[in-house]
Design a protein around this ligand. Structure first.
Ligand code: SAM
Ligand code: SF4
Length: 346
């Protein structure tokens, strides 16, 4: 594949200070997966015996900085660092510190991360020092036994200690919960009460068919329309007109006073307002989570033009951003997309 093997439907790349795609959407939000590695093995995300990428294929921290900074130079206002587990990457806090220069200049409005929380106790204070204000922590259950089985070996106490450290450091927290049929389904109301009681937002996510995990997708899938119906039978849910350019819809639960997000990529379309793109830890830019469209930015950076070829490549990739996604889960089917979420970045 050459660096410029983007979608055949690419339109001429726009010029100007911002990145605008062929459907008039301005790209403001970049998610960067800084590693495919993780200290957990969540059943819906990874196979039990994952084969991780050779280090040479993964972008160096300097390359990650160069690509993210180019995006900021072209109008991206929000950067989310993810993985794999971002906090397991050696030198990760150096990247956060380096990227925080864009917060100081005002070019970047938000620098944030999505983490499983296991190492937050160690890093929460530094995150705040480098300008991070809010983080997403993924946590699917408050039951230590279920946590251990869902993550294939994780220790819930570590995450709880991480959350305490985040509170003490003054970080705002949003809890991400993947809704799993017959697994954490009955616990969802308790998790919402717990999160709202601690002042956290909570977002429920439907499973997406990304990568082979060795688990049956159809048996895991739980429709959030069904969850919403259940919650509505004992709580008052009021829609909030909060638009983030992503797949989440928000409601306020009057009884808890907290906010609940619902991410339903499988059952609703959210593409018309999509303002985001994703960079994998190997430097592949995906302009849509649900398509195989990609551009190899590592090849650009490590090629003859180096850093000077990056802006042209970014514009070309954005010009080819697809109009919408085409996920589906059908019984016994292979994952719609072969890549794992841990490589693409959730
Ligand atoms: N390790 C970090 C964490 O767990 O927060 C960051 C990376 S993880 C891939 C990002 C998010 O993707 C998590 O909230 C996780 O629950 C979600 N995720 C992973 N695989 C998924 C899948 N197949 N469907 C829906 N969400 C998924
Ligand atoms: Fe690791 Fe996050 Fe995937 Fe769980 S969801 S295996 S914590 S990358």
């Amino acid at each position: 594949m050459t660096p410029f093997d983007v979608a055949h439907h690419s339109k001429p790349a726009a010029t100007g200070p911002t990145l605008i795609d062929g459907f008039g959407r301005t790209v403001r939000y970049l998610r960067v997966s800084v590693t495919d590695r993780c200290d957990l093995r969540c059943v819906y995300c990874m196979a039990e015996h994952m084969v991780f990428l050779p280090k040479a294929e993964v972008l160096t921290l300097e390359e990650l900085d160069q690509i993210a900074s180019s995006f900021v130079g072209l109008g991206v206002k929000k950067l989310r660092l993810t993985g794999g587990e971002p906090l397991v990457r050696k030198g990760f806090m150096g990247l956060v510190e380096s990227l925080s220069r864009h917060l100081k200049t005002g070019a970047l409005e938000e620098l944030t991360l999505t983490t499983n929380g296991t190492r937050l106790a160690q890093f929460a204070k530094d995150l705040v020092r480098f300008g991070v204000k809010r983080i997403n922590v993924s946590l699917d259950t408050l039951d230590p036994v279920l946590f251990k089985s869902l993550t294939r070996g994780g220790d819930l106490a570590q995450v709880m200690a991480g959350l305490d450290a985040a509170n003490a450091a003054g970080l705002s927290v949003k809890i991400n919960v993947v809704a799993l049929k017959d697994t954490n389904e009955d616990e969802i109301p308790d998790m919402i009460s717990w999160a709202h009681g601690r002042g956290y937002d909570l977002t429920l996510i439907e499973t997406m068919p990304l990568g082979d995990t060795g688990e049956d997708r159809t048996s895991q899938f739980l429709s959030l329309a069904k969850v919403r119906d259940t919650l509505s039978s004992f709580w008052t849910l009021t829609d909030i007109p909060l638009q983030t350019g992503g797949p989440a819809r928000y409601v306020r639960i009057e009884e808890t006073g907290g906010r609940l997000g619902l991410i339903t990529p499988m059952s609703h379309t959210f593409c018309e307002a999509c303002n985001r793109v994703r960079l994998t830890c190997t430097g592949v830019l995906h302009t849509c989570l649900g398509h195989e469209d990609e551009m190899d930015l590592r090849a650009v950076l490590r090629g003859p033009k180096g850093l000077s070829g990056l802006e042209e490549a970014l514009r070309l990739a954005i010009a080819g951003k697809p109009e919408g996604h085409d996920f589906h889960i059908s019984e016994g089917s292979a994952p719609t997309l072969a890549r794992h979420m841990s490589r693409t970045g959730g």
